[in-house]
Design a protein around this ligand. Structure first.
Ligand code: MSP
Length: 542
């Protein structure tokens, strides 16, 4: 059994979760669920980034003045939203928790002992939107291009600096061609160029008198730790760094940090350099051979716009992911989010596209197949899985072609596994929906085509035995699809198992490789009740 440790960014609590945040979280959830199905000891974490000035500004704007109360309320809102959406996180970290502080102090001291922290004076501009210092070259029309509505702060103060530039060569090695530390490739190039050309030391503290929040610098309470230095450490403190060495050693290093494209500099440059520095003095951060335990991978995805516009507080166009639960169920939204964007690229969220994919991909193509397979079997075989030779999975359709049930599904399984291994849930769905080519006829379109070509509803009068074989193959395919889709649409997958007459928990307890063997459905077994998986949303029903 291997371990799998996956993280989302921790979210600022200056706002509530919107569909863009839900995207990152749903991708992480799907990958975590996949690894659990494979039997990996999985740890999936998310949380909130609370020591940020923008949280304080949001509190003030809301007319409140009790920061602790504000942070508690907002962190609860994030926690509850993810739970309501069925996100299967194993832990939820808040950077104001004592367990986090303990780890941050330990880490700061390790970096300090390495001689990588020095005092200096910072003079320049700061964007509270990014929570980052900005150089003149990064500005567009004298403003931060990501937050053009926010005034930049001009700062001149004594700070502690981190010798980031000392790690330039080691970082560049991380982004060598062929390395998967930064994905996708385009982002690897982007970060390579940035480190190659612009890497400079970075201020990692602020004067306590000028920032209202933040963890005090160990040994110097007049300074507070820079919020990104503290926030990145959540990935360690949540699995026990500073509080539970055994747990930390079990899960660290992370297998995957999932992030949006907006925060790759922090994750792909600052973060590994911080770890390299602390590892010089902290044995917990080195493996038995003395190598630094860096995360395996940072995978950056693109951004959703809404109806073509950037999601922004000032435009007030944020969409609450819970909005769609009553009409579509959240599994359909998960499907939409993962299918609509080619992972790594940008994409657009629109209610029309959601409605259209719901009715075409889900209702007409998939739901219909499941419904037809189960309803016909029930009707022609008295409510039972049809008798069939479960070894004989290739069905002649006509003179030119056969429908290769088992071979086709094995091919889809391989495509699905490779897509999941590359974090490409979009490709998992594509493999299931498209089928895999001409002769391997087993994707959803192909399975629907099998029904059209063989017309079991007519054939049943002449050749019930052949219809039994066809329907068995379809039902068995449906069972495999329920497995493939379980990480992405867990509730729908459970419903499918139930309609097939299986107990979902028992079925899933077989594990991925055992479960995905042709012949899992037993001829003669009692089928469940077919009912539409994707009913028309109420508003649309006349
Ligand atoms: N607090 C920092 C992260 C610290 S991690 C150590 C932060 N928080 S955030 O609340 O702004 O959330 C950022 C993440 O939310 C992005 O990296 C991305 O994963 C997700 N998204 C925010 N808006 C998004 C879209 N419009 N589209 C897709 N993802 C989006 O940055």
């Amino acid at each position: 059994m291997s371990k799998y440790y996956i993280t989302t960014p921790i979210y600022y609590v200056n706002d509530r979760p919107h569909i863009g945040h839900a995207y990152t979280t749903v991708v992480a959830d799907a990958l975590a669920r996949y690894h659990r199905l494979r039997g990996d000891a999985t740890c999936f974490v998310t949380g909130t980034d609370e020591n940020s000035q923008k949280n304080v500004q949001a509190m003030e704007k809301a007319g409140q003045n009790d920061l602790t109360a504000y942070l508690d309320t907002m962190a609860t809102a994030w926690y509850d939203t993810w739970r309501e959406l069925g996100i299967s996180f194993d832990d939820f970290i808040r950077t104001t928790q004592p367990r986090h502080l303990a780890g941050v102090e330990r880490f700061w001291n390790a970096v300090k002992e390495s001689g990588d922290i020095y005092e200096g004076t910072y003079e320049g501009l700061y964007c509270t939107g990014c929570e980052a210092f900005k150089t003149e070259t990064e500005l567009v029309n004298d403003r931060c291009p990501l937050h053009p509505n926010k005034d930049l702060e001009r700062i001149k103060e004594k700070n502690y600096f981190f010798k980031l530039s000392a790690y330039r060569e080691q970082l560049l090695k991380l982004y060598a061609p062929g390395s998967k530390f930064v994905m996708p490739e385009s982002r690897r190039h982007e970060i390579h160029n940035y480190v190659d050309e612009h890497l400079a030391d970075v201020s990692i503290s602020r004067e306590a008198k000028s920032v209202p929040v933040g963890i005090p610098v160990p040994g110097d309470a007049s300074q507070r730790i820079y919020v990104w230095f503290d926030a990145l450490l959540n990935y360690m403190t949540v699995v026990g760094y500073g509080t539970d060495e055994a747990k930390f050693s079990t899960f660290w290093p992370a297998n995957l940090h999932l992030v949006g494209k907006d925060i790759i500099k922090f994750h792909c440059a600052l973060w590994p350099a911080m770890i390299m520095s602390a590892a010089k003095n902290d044995p917990l951060l080195r493996d038995a051979d003395g190598a630094v335990k860096l995360p395996d991978q940072v995978h950056a995805h693109g951004f959703f716009t809404i109806d073509g516009q950037k999601i922004s507080k000032s435009l007030g166009n944020a969409v609450d992911p819970r909005e769609f639960i009553p009409s579509y169920g959240f599994d359909a939204v998960r499907y939409f989010l993962l299918r609509e964007i080619s992972f790594g690229e940008d994409g657009d969220f629109s209610r029309e596209r959601l409605a259209s994919r719901y009715s075409s991909d889900l209702g007409n193509t998939f739901g219909n197949l499941v419904n037809r397979a189960i309803s016909m079997s029930k009707k022609y075989f008295a409510g039972h899985v049809p008798p069939a030779d479960t070894n004989e999975a290739a069905l002649p359709v006509n003179e030119q072609s056969v429908w290769d049930g088992k071979g086709g599904l094995d091919a889809i399984k391989r495509a699905v596994e490779s897509a999941y291994a590359d974090n490409r849930c979009d490709l998992v769905l594509a493999a299931i929906w498209d089928g895999v080519g001409q002769t391997r006829r087993s994707g959803l379109f192909q399975a629907n085509k099998l029904v059209e070509e063989t017309q079991p509803f007519k054939l049943v009068k002449e050749d019930p035995e052949a219809v039994g074989e066809i329907l068995y193959a379809l039902l068995e395919s449906v069972r495999w699809y329920a497995w493939f889709l379980q990480p992405i649409m867990p509730q729908i997958s459970t419903k499918i198992f139930e309609q097939l007459g299986l107990n979902a928990q028992e079925e899933l307890s077989k594990g991925w490789d055992q479960g995905l063997k042709w012949g899992g459905l037993k001829p003669g077994a009692v089928l469940g009740e077919p009912s539409p998986l994707f009913p028309r949303p109420e508003a649309e029903q006349v």
